[in-house]
Ligand binder design. Structure first.
Ligand code: AMP
Length: 216
């Protein structure tokens, strides 16, 4: 499959993307994960991106497009790709359109995950992440807590709140989403690619997406 996952931060794009990769071997491409890895590794890209990310702002389109031009041409994309967190602006969507044309590939669908704002706020403020870069297991202090001493159940490292998951950064990320990313819903609707999914359970959403893909 070749799809885009749209949705506010905390809508569950990452979880849905991971579950969808099992379907047909398509690869998940998360620009957020790529950027976080660059920050951890201290690369030039990471150094440029960090301040934007910490305050919940978008990294400039030019940096993102440089990453995606390379990433989409890697061999593991041959079977298909699930874009998670990209595009985030109309400029990125237009640049993606030109890139896909050049690569002679076509999107199957744009999946828009709709989740009520209260659910999103609750999910994001209670989310915690394993601090071990090679683990990164996600927890939720209410529904899926780490060990009682705040360590990861998988690797034993400390479980922490991400810099961009403080309340101030979360509110800014949601504002940024509404201002810059939500307009993509109309953009892809016009292209006839958009499908809306009310997404409270990731498993149900994945089944609905698979069904929609099969029906074409
Ligand atoms: P995410 O994990 O997708 O929520 O991304 C985390 C952060 O990475 C965002 O708040 C942005 O600062 C940055 N980021 C991720 N993807 C993009 C993108 N496509 N365009 C601009 N910034 C991005």
């Amino acid at each position: 499959m070749k799809i885009i996952l749209l949705g506010a931060p905390g809508a569950g794009k990452g979880t849905v993307a991971k579950l969808l990769t099992d379907f047909d071997g398509s690869v998940q491409i998360s620009t957020g994960d790529i950027l976080r890895a660059a920050v951890r590794e201290g690369t030039e890209l990471g150094k440029e991106a960090k301040a934007y990310m910490d305050r919940g702002d978008l990294v400039p389109d030019s940096l993102i497009m440089k990453i995606m031009e390379v990433r989409l041409q890697e061999p593991d994309c041959a079977r298909g790709f699930i874009l998670d967190g990209f595009p985030r602006t109309i400029a990125q969507a237009e640049a993606l359109g030109s890139l896909l044309k050049k690569l002679d590939r076509k999107l199957d669908m744009v999946v828009n995950l709709e989740v009520p704002r209260e659910v999103i706020l609750d999910r994001l403020t209670t989310r915690r992440t394993c601090s071990n870069p090679s683990c990164q297991e996600i927890y939720n202090i209410k529904s899926m807590p780490p060990n009682p001493d705040g360590t990861c159940k998988k690797c034993g490292s400390k479980v922490v709140q991400r810099d961009d998951e403080t309340e101030t950064a979360i509110l800014f990320r949601l504002e940024t989403y509404n201002a810059k990313t939500a307009p993509l819903i109309g953009f892809y609707e016009k292209e006839g690619l958009l499908k809306n999914f009310t997404s409270l359970s990731s498993a149900d959403t994945v089944e609905a997406v698979k069904k929609a893909l099969k029906e074409g």
